[in-house]
Ligand binder design. Sequence first.
Ligand code: FES
Length: 160
Amino acid sequence: MSDSNLQSALSNPQNLGEMADADAVGTVGSPDCGDMVRMWLKYKDKDGKKVIDKASFQSFGCQTAIAVASLATELIRGKTKEEALLMSAEELSAPLGPLPPMKIHCGQMVEGALKAALEAEQGTSSAHMSAPSHIGPTLADSLNAAGKTAGKIKIVLQTS
Ligand code: FES
């Protein structure tokens, strides 16, 4: 793993924070370490195709998860849902170089949050594209709220 790329991703994380007008939200928790990542997506039409306009994330995770999530939100901009679904944890974390074995699940957690957000949006009608209003201020609150409410939030517990 490249320390300089990790440091630059951490010192200036991109797209950190909730997105109020998101079209979809995905949250994943890792049973390996108890960390969580949530990702928000907003789409736009470009040349007749629906592409990711922007993405943001929130992480209660380690530094690697934050760095990969930051990179991922940049890498997926302009991609279609299908293209983004094909992106692996290795691709999302590629600028950091190969992750050490102890950190592989960190990238996988980000990939999981991205896929959960991509899949959460599928099948929802355009009349209900705004983010659910029951999202709490923390991921833990959100998980509790989402557990009680059927909505666009998809929560996946990864089995690595
Ligand atoms: Fe768990 Fe990195 S140690 S996400």
